[in-house]
Design a protein around this ligand. Structure first.
Ligand code: G6P
Length: 610
């Protein structure tokens, strides 16, 4: 949530900051702002709305400051308006900050500062922090000390950058719980929440750790803890390229990412399948083989789309390995008192690796002694670094707020993990070989589904005016029904619900009339007949039926109004195929309704607050 970027170097800061904000806009787009320093004066420009609104207010040709900070906001405290937009300054406009996260005890600090005579312009927690740092700087005259002192007093999370009018050659960066990295170029530094804002200038980065601050000057940088102990930061390399975060000719990032899936799935299993042995090789789990072998229960925890992937993972692992699996929303897991036993494995799934609830669940599980694994996409992210071991999904940067390629990569990695646990337990080599071979076919089968894109667009046009949709599936395809409904509501704002098909009779059937599109996943497997009966029940109530069916199934055409075919595959791998038409259906529906597909209202890509 929220993206921050700061620059200190030899080029015009404003240009780099606006560019950085655009690259991170998917993190938040309620308002944007920027502060640059010129001749001892901080000039702040901020505006409600997207980064383009801010850009309109800045004449880049006239900006020549070489130091500055900027922010794109996803509102948590206070409405999205010009005043609440970041950066926020202290009263003297000597110090200004951008901040991603939440200062939980800001009310108490604000009260104290108000009693001391300080005043506030906005409703934000961030302004309180800026004024607090300003007050401490006034008192002690040492900026670094003031920042560290303030941060040691606050509860909550922050990824933040501090610009000071008295320090034209210094930026301070600090982090606790919200991501922050510093790109190290030739005589220039770009600090940001996200590698996407940095990659154009350098691929060398350091990732700040929790409770660490960096004092960046024109001569170099120095890291230490908030409590003033020096730290050593390893320089790492950003693994993706600039083209990967550009649209590459597609109208939207979401569409580009949908069409990338044959490749991203391949990247998820490349070098990991031992086809002839019916087994897998997962380097990131090598050091915990013993714990994996003695696993008695697996708890999968995640949020949003990643949670849906977890549900499919549950079916896969229980099916292949006969180990009990539970799937839990990270937000619930962290606030209950979950029972964790010695031989439990907790598996956290997260595209961003920064979701606050998932991170907190990981901490809770670790604290309780579980072996905690991650299935994470963003390399170097908090969850990737904090888990004991893990498997990267290697889907590359996902910019569209509605997750698509990350989901199918998570499913691919989960199928590998299921094979691994399976081979340690009940799965035969023969069955293992069968699954491994079929995984190799999945990318081509997805390409085949893309041939129906025009047809799916027609179906979307036909139903785009509907007020409600129902998505139904059974078995492995029940979580896909949830994911299909989520995609549609996220980007088209049409209310949609996902249900296990048989549960329809216990409620949702009351909603069905001639205006209600009902989307079924009716692929050929052992529960096909049951699904057909569910379809008949909807048909009898005049619902409009859209069915995802297996190629060659002609029977379905007699009951469904629209059929989208997908190639046949193993039941456990069906979700990787059956979700593709749902991604396209949501995309084309939102396109028809003229919605802002890559930046749907109220949503953010990475939810780094609770
Ligand atoms: C947000 C995003 C979703 C994502 C969820 C979990 O809600 O909009 O697309 O599925 O967070 O994110 P994670 O990065 O942990 O997978």
């Amino acid at each position: 949530m929220c993206g921050i970027v700061g620059y200190l170097g030899k080029s015009s800061a404003a240009n780099i900051l606006i560019n950085g904000l655009k690259r991170m806009e998917y993190r938040g787009y309620d308002s944007a702002g920027m502060a640059v320093l010129n001749d001892g004066i901080i000039k702040t420009t901020k505006k409600k709305g997207k980064v383009s609104e801010l850009e309109r207010l800045v004449d880049l040709s006239k900006e020549n400051s070489t130091i500055g900070i900027a922010h794109t906001r996803w509102a948590t405290h206070g409405f999205p308006n010009d005043i609440n937009a970041h950066p926020h300054s202290d009263q003297a406009n000597k110090i200004t900050i951008v901040h991603n996260g939440i200062i939980e005890n800001y009310t108490a600090i604000k009260k104290k500062l108000t009693l001391d005579g300080y005043q506030f312009k906005s409703e934000t927690d961030t302004e309180v922090l800026a004024v607090f740092i300003g007050a401490l700087y006034e008192r002690f005259g040492d900026l670094e000390y003031a920042v560290r002192f303030a941060l040691s007093e606050v509860d909550g999370t922050f990824g933040m950058l501090v610009l000071s009018a008295d320090h034209p050659d210094m930026l301070i960066a600090a982090r606790r719980g919200s991501p922050l990295l510093i790109g190290i170029g030739d005589d220039e530094f770009v600090a940001a929440s996200d590698a996407a804002a940095v990659i154009q200038y350098t691929k060398q980065v350091i990732y700040l750790n929790d409770n660490e601050i960096a004092i960046i000057t024109r001569d170099g940088y120095h890291t230490k803890t908030i409590s003033n102990e020096d730290t050593i930061s390893k320089i790492e390399q950003i693994e993706f390229d600039l083209e990967q975060i550009e649209k590459g000719g597609f109208e939207h990032f979401m569409l580009k990412e949908i069409f990338e899936q044959p490749e991203t799935i391949q990247n998820a299993f490349r070098g990991r399948l031992l086809v002839d042995e019916g087994d897998v090789k997962l380097g990131g789990l090598r050091q915990i083989q013993e714990q994996l072998r003695s696993a008695e229960r697996i708890i999968i925890t995640a949020c949003g789309t990643s949670w849906h992937a977890g549900l499919v993972g549950e079916y896969m692992i229980e099916h292949l390995a006969n180990i009990p699996v539970e799937v839990e929303y990270a937000s619930e897991f962290r606030y209950r008192n979950p029972v964790i036993k010695k031989n439990d494995i907790v598996l956290a799934i997260s595209q961003s690796g920064e979701t606050a609830d998932t991170m907190a669940a990981v901490r809770e599980a670790k604290q309780k002694g579980a072996t905690v694994l991650g299935i994470v996409n963003v390399v170097g992210s908090s969850i990737a670094r904090y888990t004991s071991a893990g498997v990267y999904t290697h889907a590359g940067p996902e910019i569209g707020v509605a997750s698509t390629k990350a989901f199918t990569s998570q499913l691919t990695v989960l199928s590998l993990i299921a094979i691994m646990f399976g081979r340690m337990n009940t799965l035969s080599k023969y069955e293992g070989i069968k699954i491994a071979k079929e995984l190799l076919n999945i990318p081509d089968k997805i390409k085949k589904i893309f041939e129906s894109a025009d047809k799916i667009q027609q179906i979307a046009k036909q139903h785009a005016k509907a007020k409600n949709f129902l998505y139904l599936g059974r078995g492995y395809n029940f979580p896909v029904a949830l994911e299909g409904a989520l995609k549609l509501k996220e980007i088209s704002y049409i209310h949609a619900e996902g249900y296990p098909a048989a549960e329809m009779k216990h409620g949702p059937i009351a909603l069905i009339d001639e205006n209600m599109p009902v989307v079924f996943i009716a692929t050929q497997d052992e529960i096909y007949e049951k699904i057909i009966s569910n379809i008949e029940e909807v048909k009898a109530r005049k619902g409009k039926i859209i069915a995802i069916a297996t190629e060659g199934d002609t029977r379905i055409e007699s009951v469904a109004d629209n059929v989208i075919y997908i190639p046949e595959t193993l039941p456990m791998l069906t979700p990787i195929l059956s979700v593709i038409p749902f991604q396209l259906l949501a995309y084309y529906t939102a396109l028809e309704l003229d919605c802002d597909i890559d930046k749907p209202r109220n949503l953010a890509k990475s939810v780094t607050v609770e």
